[in-house]
Ligand binder design. Structure first.
Ligand code: 5AD
Ligand code: SF4
Length: 466
């Protein structure tokens, strides 16, 4: 939304009674403007949507640029050092906007506040708010208080981890678009030795199933055609007698919904029950993101992952046998403390065996408070980079081969919108999440069109109407 443009503000949706008062459009422009910038994973994007609802309900309006905003919030990620450095760089660059207008409120949300607390505010005195992932309900009060207080006061810090906070009663703000996120679990109890998430997002908790289904129904009512169920470990979902497969089945049965996807699965908790549900329901997309992290049993044990490479390969085998056309993606870390060339080769070998369609690959970085941070980070940086480059080039080759195998296939493509590279074309995805561009013929985003995957350009298919 552009400042000063008299478009229909989301506020009119949340408080429709106000629309009947003459002159209220001008009032809209006088509402405090908020800009939210989001770093990190889909969970963080979903959290930002929750924050948007909290602020819209409290009478704020959203704007598209930090320059246009009275209140700037940066939702951060601390999972890897590189992600944290990027977000901290952006936060520091906001000091310029504070200098321009001292009454602006600048806040940092998410995992970095949880991780750095006082240090964050101390090192960046221009910050007004430092708020962790379980304290978003307080945001309207914290912002109001800050707007009313004299400049130069120390930042307000709210970083309690609340075991019971699920934001269950706060539907995420749907900005339109074909896909909507629904968070089903928060936190993580797995304590992988390298991972900061259990410390920044707290204990694992699941939302009641009826409210997940009600939220999905509401989002479909607002135009969403695809729901992405989110959790650090969706397989840990547990509400009354329902596990994740029950949750998936229940959401897939929502009328008007075209597709359901989910992120992220854990090899220790996933299995045949899930694959059976996936195979039985065409609305559940044949796509499994199953992080392996390493192909070496010694490293997997040090990582506290709770499975061996043999067990991982067994799970992949069962999934492939049960769900036809299933696509796989994974996360892999190279250069974990003490990782030898032999350990790394075992990772390469596993990648060869599974033939992932996509992989997210990272260099290990020690994270504060984690168990692995007490180990010597002894793989030299140059060696981590060499291993990462080798792994990426192998995966790129395999990913391309996997894509080439799809050529000639006819599949349903869910239209997401206009292709950013060619405004005359639609861009959409197959059920197994492959991007396809194809010509427009009077359809609308959200519609499904049968398309033949005719050509591969980079990682995107060019489709022909079947
Ligand atoms: N160093 C490198 N990568 C990490 N990840 C999590 N913690 C670290 C770390 N300390 C990766 C894992 C995880 C993904 C979200 O980020 O692969 O699955
Ligand atoms: Fe981190 Fe492991 Fe939990 Fe994933 S499962 S969020 S890697 S602790």
């Amino acid at each position: 939304m552009q400042p000063g443009r008299k478009t229909r503000s989301p506020l009119w949706v949340s408080t429709p009674a106000m629309a009947s008062i003459p002159g209220n459009r001008d009032l809209t422009e006088r509402l405090t403007s908020v800009y939210i910038q989001t770093y990190g994973c889909q969970m963080n994007i979903a959290d930002s949507r929750t924050v948007e609802t909290i602020l819209l309900d409290a009478g704020y309006r959203l704007v598209d640029t930090p320059e246009a905003a009275k209140v700037i919030l940066v939702n951060t990620c601390a999972v890897r050092e590189s992600a944290q450095t990027r977000a901290l760089g952006q936060i520091s660059s906001l000091s310029r906007l504070k200098t321009q207008n001292g009454t602006r409120v600048i806040g940092v949300l998410g995992c970095i506040p949880q991780e750095m607390r006082e240090a964050l505010a101390h090192e960046r005195p221009f910050l007004d708010l430092v708020v962790g992932p379980d304290d978003y309900r307080q945001l309207p009060y914290l912002i109001e208080e800050r707007l009313a207080s004299p400049p130069g006061e120390p930042a307000r810090i709210a970083t309690l981890l609340r075991r019971s906070e699920l934001y269950d009663d706060i539907p995420p703000h749907h900005r339109g678009g074909v896909t909507a996120f629904v968070t089903i679990t928060r936190g993580c109890d797995k304590f992988c030795s390298y991972c900061v998430v259990p410390y920044t997002r707290g204990r694992e908790r699941s939302r009641p199933l009826p409210s997940i289904v009600a939220e999905a129904e509401k989002l479909v009512g607002k135009g969403a055609r695809e729901i992405m169920l989110l959790g650090q470990n969706v397989d840990a979902y547990e509400w009354e007698d329902n596990g994740f497969p029950d949750c998936l089945k229940a959401v897939a049965s929502v009328d008007g919904l075209e597709r359901v996807r989910f992120l992220t699965s854990h090899p220790q908790d996933t299995g045949q029950d899930l694959f059976d549900v996936m195979a039985a329901d065409a609305k559940i997309c044949p796509y499994l993101h199953l992080p392996v992290q390493s192909g070496s049993n010694r490293i997997l044990e040090m990582m506290n992952r709770g499975y061996t490479r043999e067990r991982y390969l067994e799970i992949i085998g069962a999934a492939k046998r049960t769900v036809p056309g299933l696509a796989f993606s994974t996360d892999i870390i190279v250069g974990f403390p003490s990782e030898t060339e032999r350990d790394f080769e075992e990772t390469l070998d596993l990648v060869h065996q599974v033939r992932f369609d996509t992989a997210f690959m990272f260099r290990y970085s020690p994270r504060p408070r984690t168990k692995a941070a007490r180990l010597t980070d002894d793989v030299p940086e140059a060696e981590k980079i060499r291993r990462l480059e080798k792994l990426i080039s192998l995966q790129l080759k395999i990913g391309r081969e996997q894509n080439l195998k799809q050529l000639g296939r006819v599949d349903d493509v869910l239209i997401e919108g206009i292709s950013p590279k060619n405004n005359d074309m639609w861009i959409g995805r197959t059920p197994d999440h492959r991007p396809v561009v194809f010509s427009q013929n009077g359809e609308m985003p959200g519609q499904v069109v049968a398309v033949k995957l005719a050509e591969l350009r980079g990682f995107t298919f060019v489709g022909l109407r079947a």
